[in-house]
Design a protein around this ligand. Structure first.
Ligand code: NAG
Ligand code: NAG
Ligand code: NAG
Ligand code: NAG
Ligand code: NAG
Ligand code: NAG
Length: 455
């Protein structure tokens, strides 16, 4: 394995400033026309568009500047990931290379989610200047932005691409024309310090120090493996990490099972799962739900999982369950202290839920109300409770591969291989489960065979 990983800064000579033709005939982009459902973020009602009728692609942006970040082999024998800059001004070229390099390190460094396939990947970055620093909000991209990234509202949620054809052209240029660089998977990196992104043809992420790597890994899981979600409340469950209950005795991942002779569906229930996106400056948030019938104590333990935005300190928020205040310190580790970025928290409920109705109340404390709101407002963005079966009906042991139920938005259930061992379920988990990790390798190898002109 030849691993050539270039460290920042790499200042390339002017020969790397690529000049490009002004207009080119339509390139074969059929495979790219299809937008996958939004894998994170809201439903885009501005669904495109004129794209179906175009018969040409515009020229790629002028003056693109290419930086090799991780080169393990020749372009046509590797899957090439390409970061493109959006919302970085001329003066922010070094910041772009720095941001992209950090993200590259996150995925292919020894502890990274894709270290085991680093030898199958090349990672590049292309700087394209934008006129204004940052990305748009309220469905409006910034004037003079390279690819026009924007948030549909103010919330720390999805980030969309206005100038899709420009982005497609830039990627096609590196895939089909340029002698240097490659682009099998474009990643549009928005110069914004907070959470946001989207999967699909373009992996869209932001330069959020805390969340950028999380979104990158998760979205690359969707586009490179490709697999669907493992978290509850979604609608896209497919691929190597998903199977139906009736197939519990012949699971796609049967070779990975810890106990392959007696496979059971682990017993967990999800009595509450919701994406409130509720602004706590407006009002507190209260929701009641019924626990799974616990009169026999079938579900002795539970977990509350939530995400928040613009809540910099644990002392700014209170979450109670039936009036008992919960310890939120898990969501406020020192590295995330003071940040108004989106954050993730889990509170084990060691004594489970009581029988019947329970109520969760989320509110700002006095300190929280005084704090100036960050981008998107002080929000409870998601909330879920999972109840675990007792008497050996749910295996919590880390590393256990079995059949765990995942509850979709419409209440239907599919199975996943691990409890919490995959970043497709828990975005702040650093790695894929063994099933996804293996599927990633197989998928990349397959793509390389295809590129070489094989099947
Ligand atoms: C997205 O929004 C459109 C228009 O409001 C609606 O018809 C469609 O069902 C929505 N899709 C999903 C997956 O929610
Ligand atoms: C961006 O800046 C360039 C150079 O200053 C200028 O020619 C162009 O009109 C600007 N574009 C927009 C949309 O503001
Ligand atoms: C805040 O409350 C007002 C009035 O009830 C409502 O119209 C608005 O949508 C709320 N905003 C958010 C972000 O919840
Ligand atoms: C809980 O269950 C009771 C009895 O079935 C029902 O009356 C009540 O509306 C339920 N509460 C919620 C929040 O669903
Ligand atoms: C809970 O389970 C017990 C025993 O199976 C049953 O008698 C009771 O009616 C159930 N309660 C509800 C609210 O379903
Ligand atoms: C629970 O997981 C552990 C660790 O993988 C395993 O050794 C054990 O056999 C599992 N128990 C059951 C009942 O599946």
């Amino acid at each position: 394995m030849r691993l050539l990983t270039l460290a920042f800064p790499i200042l390339l000579g002017s020969s790397h400033v690529l000049s490009t033709p002004t207009q080119r005939p339509f390139a074969a982009t059929a495979a790219y026309e299809q937008d996958r459902p939004h894998l994170i973020g809201p439903n885009d009602s501005r669904k495109l568009d004129d794209e179906a009728i175009i018969d040409w692609v515009p020229a790629p942006p002028q003056g693109m500047k290419l930086y090799p970040l991780h080169i393990s082999g020749k372009e046509d024998e590797r899957v090439n990931l390409m970061f493109f800059a959006d919302g970085y001004t001329f003066d922010e070229e070094a910041k772009f290379v720095h941001d992209a390099t950090k993200l590259k390190d996150d995925i292919v460094s020894p502890k990274g989610a894709m270290f085991h396939v680093a030898h199958l990947l090349n990672i590049w970055a292309t700087f394209v200047p934008s006129n204004i620093s940052g990305i748009g909000t309220q469905s409006t991209s910034l004037p003079g932005a390279a690819f026009g990234l924007y948030r549909p509202g103010a919330e720390l949620r999805g980030v969309y691409v206005e100038r899709k054809r420009k982005a497609r052209a830039a990627c096609t240029y590196f895939r089909e024309e340029s002698d240097e660089g490659g682009c099998d998977q474009p990643i549009l990196l928005g110069n914004d310090p907070l959470y946001g992104g989207l999967g699909g043809e373009f992996t869209v992420i932001t330069a959020s120090k805390l969340n950028g790597p999380l979104v990158l890994r998760h979205e690359l899981g969707h586009s490179l493996i490709p697999v669907g979600e493992e978290y509850e409340g979604g609608f896209a469950y497919f691929g190597a990490n998903s199977d139906t209950i009736d197939r519990v005795n012949d699971l796609k991942w049967k070779d990975f099972l810890t106990n392959s002779d007696e496979v059971r569906v682990e017993d967990a229930k999800v009595p509450l799962q919701f994406y409130p996106w509720h602004d706590l400056d407006n009002s507190s948030y209260v929701i009641s739900f019924n626990s799974t019938n616990t009169s026999k104590g079938q579900y002795p333990t539970a977990l509350l999982r939530a995400s928040l935005s613009s809540i910099p300190f644990a002392s700014h928020i209170s979450i109670t369950l039936n009036g008992n205040s919960l310890d939120l310190s898990d969501g406020f580790p020192s590295a995330w202290k003071g940040s108004k970025d989106r954050r993730w928290l889990e509170v084990p409920l060691e004594r489970g839920l009581s029988e019947g109705e329970s109520t969760v109340k989320v509110e700002l404390t006095k300190k929280g109300r005084k704090e100036v709101a960050g981008q998107g407002g002080k929000m409870i963005t998601s909330l879920e409770i999972v109840e675990y079966g007792g008497e050996g009906r749910f295996n919590q042991t880390e590393g256990f591969v079995g059949a765990f139920p995942t509850y979709a938005m419409d209440g239907s259930v599919t199975l996943r291989p691990t409890n919490e061992a995959c970043l497709m379920r828990k975005v702040n988990h650093p790695t894929f489960c063994p099933v996804c990790a293996h599927a990633l390798k197989t998928s990349l190898e397959g793509r390389i065979v295809k590129k070489r002109g094989g099947l």
